[in-house]
Design a protein around this ligand. Sequence first.
Ligand SMILES: Cc1ncc(COP(=O)(O)O)c(C=O)c1O
Length: 400
Amino acid sequence: MKYDFKSIINRKNSNSLKWDFFDDDYPMWVADMDFKVAPLIYEAVNKKTEHGIYGYSILTDSYFDSYINWWKKYNLDMKRDELLFASGVMPAITSIIRAFSSEGDNILIQTPVYHVFSYVIENNNRKVLENPLLYNPNSEDIETVYKIDFEDLEEKLSDPKTKIMLLCNPHNPIGRIWEKEDLEKIAILANEYNVLVVSDEIHCDLTDPDIQYTPFASIDNDLTNDSLTCLSPTKTFNIAGLQSSVVFTRNKEFYETLEIQLVKDFFSGPNVFTVDATIAAYQSEEWLSQLKEVLFENKTVVNDFLKENISEIKLVPSNATYLLWLDISKLNQDFNTDSNTFSEVLREEVGLFLSPGIQFGQNGDNFLRMNVACPKSLLKEGLNALKEGLIKFKNSKNNK
Ligand SMILES: Cc1ncc(COP(=O)(O)O)c(C=O)c1O
């Protein structure tokens, strides 16, 4: 392997949210990776650092061109005047909510889903409207293990108070690329009921090797012209701390409305590293393809380990993201427990932090989310900690 995905880089005492906010030995929660960035990004950022002056920056055409070129492989044709910069996907979604809905309106999300969606909806005094995903615990098949409940979706989109649907494509935390047919059905319903679809595609490049996601806006221009898509290199290339993204829309009126809102919210300016790091990222295709191999191997390691060692916990089939969704329903049932309790025990007993599924919605309570974007040796230590933590948990319950 040309790039180094094996070395363990000590991130403690680096102001890392993942490693320093709490004091766990195996922090496998927040979505960033324990791998060093692609060499081109490292060089670009170092060059900026060495310059020694870190003043205000501007966005260049080459910055937007790097997005435009990258998305050609996903059959999404974007133009410069259809792209707006925002200092992150969640800042973009915040501004979108403010610009395209009013206080008290419904914003629809498909739970279990990235928990910060609910936070920004509620922080802006809008109402969270859930379209819970349907889970089939007996399915081993990616296309049937989770399904969208379209009947429920239609009912909720038809509510005149529902103004925006936040789509997560691929979906965090279930790790699922939505099929073209699903996206088409969503687009048809959203058009029928005049609901704005905002497709968050931040995890789009992190798929299993040899498969591709489908951008919502690529399915059919007539159906998706009036949508907004959030794109960013930050998850794919592990540069979340550099805080950047773009919003794509073909609708000129929406573009202008959002442009004004981003300025009002002060999310419209880049930092000193944004432009060069993004351009370098979108030249790092080879690094990404090796990363995808490593992440897929890590998923296999987890699956094999659980099958051999932990019959109570099952890996939910997925095809995207480095976030694995672990089904703990048997454990919850046998010991009358929940995801928060078990997650806390793991942290206290063995220093392993997996996100409790309840964080992502009520229907996430039978799950834990595990971030496997780390060197394999560390992942194996984390899995051993999980095994040990589970034994301690069961002993404590059995001794009661
Ligand atoms: C689906 C999703 N959207 C947005 C974000 C955060 O994006 P940003 O850091 O650009 O605000 C995350 C981070 O994990 C995510 O999973």
